[in-house]
Design a protein around this ligand. Sequence first.
Ligand SMILES: Cc1cc2nc3c(=O)[nH]c(=O)nc-3n(C[C@H](O)[C@H](O)[C@H](O)COP(=O)(O)OP(=O)(O)OC[C@H]3O[C@@H](n4cnc5c(N)ncnc54)[C@H](O)[C@@H]3O)c2cc1C
Length: 644
Amino acid sequence: MQYHLNGFKPGNYEVPDEVREPYPNPPIEDLPDEVDVLIVGTGPAGLTMARQLSEFPDIKTCIVDMAAGPLLFGRADGISCRTMEIMEAFNSSEMVVKETYQLKQNTFWEPDEANPENIKRTHKVADARAGLSEFTHGIVNQARLHELLLDGMERSVTHLRPHYSRELVEMTIDDSLTQDLEAYPITATFKCCDDEGAGKTETVKARFVVGTDGARSKVRKSMEIPLLGDSANKAWGVMDILLNTDFPDIRIKSFIQSKNHGAVMTIPREGGYLCRFYVELDLLGKDKRASDVKLTEQDLIAKAQKIFHPYTLDVKEVAWWSIYEVGQRIAERFDNRPVDSPEEVIPRGFVAGDACHTHSPKGGWGLNTSLPDTFNLGWKLASVLQGKCHPKLLSTYGPERRKVAQQLIDADRELSRLVATRPTAGDDSDQAKVDTAKIEAFMKRQSGFVAGTSIEYFPSYICTGQENQHLATGYHIGQRFHSAEATRVADGRVQHLGHLVKADGRWRIFLFGDKQTPTDTSSEAYKFIDFLASDASSPVLKYTPKGADIDSVIDTYAVFQQQDLSMQDLPDYLWPAKGKYGLRDYEKVFHAEEGNDIYDLRGIDRSQGCVVIVRPDQHIAAILPVSAHEELAKFFDVFMIEQE
Ligand SMILES: Cc1cc2nc3c(=O)[nH]c(=O)nc-3n(C[C@H](O)[C@H](O)[C@H](O)COP(=O)(O)OP(=O)(O)OC[C@H]3O[C@@H](n4cnc5c(N)ncnc54)[C@H](O)[C@@H]3O)c2cc1C
């Protein structure tokens, strides 16, 4: 898809340039008095939280932002493979894939040894993330990603829409109420910022609050959570431009180091014409902020032109620009409980996204870490509010995501040192030149982290079974369920199994059968299905409310090595009757595809098979032998609540 030929136009890229309009601001409506979950901030973290909760009609959610309407320009633009996978869980990956610039290559430019005033390409390499996911790292306006999440919210059963023009000015949590799950311990006061409401305040009472209100988070400050780390900063100029140039790699991501004028990183953008430039600026002085840097977009262009010598940059339009500062900081804790609280203490306030970790834009990690924060928290909060899981589950959010944030800060510190010509604050190295070979090596080594695909959660009671890792060496316990294809028995369709794990709060059990046919009643696969379908200790029977569809809490899929199966010969449990007519679900059984065999691709033990338990956020919770019925029951018993 090509767009922005005659100037940058925000909005829905499915609409042609000539008639595209910015996403409209929704009408102003009064805030509700009481809600289950209050979300402050409509960045990627807040919208992902809201998008997740919008799936549940029994949860009352309110999302608020002080901006007048949805974001239109700028900010982050890199969409990691993992973020793409999460968008697939929301059924929105197709448009992201279609509209994004697909990042396939990187080039590296350094001063030409023969003529050091000029830059010269040293090498061009394939992007190190290739093959880590069925999705490619893409580049698209952050605002467009917001729109897809907003559209999903609007179309959901709850038709959830944000309230704009409301600034959080005060928030308290009544400690005497926090351990009563039914209570509303949070009181949040908002100032109306629209013309009509100016001066008015509104108060919302909430059972839980999620602070996704960015780096200067009021929610975080209200919970007295300190930020740890460096606030001292290096500034980078960032601009999205439409230009003509004779630089040959303008449509490839490029790291460019000049001899005397600093460095530029260029990232081609969606639509075929737009390009983002990150231009290295000087160190900020002590106590200075990016807003103190008195440069204009013309200064950024002039600096880039010097770095690109002998190539020319003829900038036709600056769609967006900003001076963006680098500081690596992390919140001491990600919820309102004191440090080292026992897991039984119920957290009622959370911070996510930039509200609890900030860093430079160079790795493209801001959006891509913020969005998975709330993808981790969303299902946990929903299942506690719905009475499916014990509230202690909420205590797992902080440790799981803080570990990722710490890895991010460490990686960003390293990359900042490699990419910055001049030392960053707090960096005592005397490095005076970007070493592009080191950047390349870093990108290779960190490719899984940069792609988001190697993010893994601690061994904990929701990530277990490490002793069985050998049963499926390609499914890493704690990491996301790496999708691969299999053929559906009922209709022969080839299906990505990872795409079955939607963001609907359900757990998934994937049974990979052993060498014996599952129609044989003595096979482990048959016995496993029989256990799930009829044993008193079956988690499916214990935790599914009576009268609900059998897959509404734990959804089971089976993959077999045998190619000649017929649904009618398999146990009823694998093609259950559902809904008001009791219609059969034919989409739960697969066989391995010849030539693209999932057993080979994911290192699954052919003679024993295995069971893979997948969390609602697509991370692998456990791997078990097919015969481990008791262990499976015990896994769920730790945190789930038996249903009537
Ligand atoms: C100016 C700027 C430029 C950036 N440039 C880049 C870039 O070039 N590359 C890159 O990778 N990343 C960039 N980022 C970072 C990236 O956008 C963030 O990492 C990402 O958006 C974080 O998402 P989030 O949801 O945590 O918070 P944010 O996207 O920051 O969203 C926070 C939201 O909270 C709202 N809010 C804040 N306080 C209140 C309040 N008191 N009451 C109500 N609402 C409130 C804000 O209006 C905002 O909409 C930039 C960020 C900023 C702010």
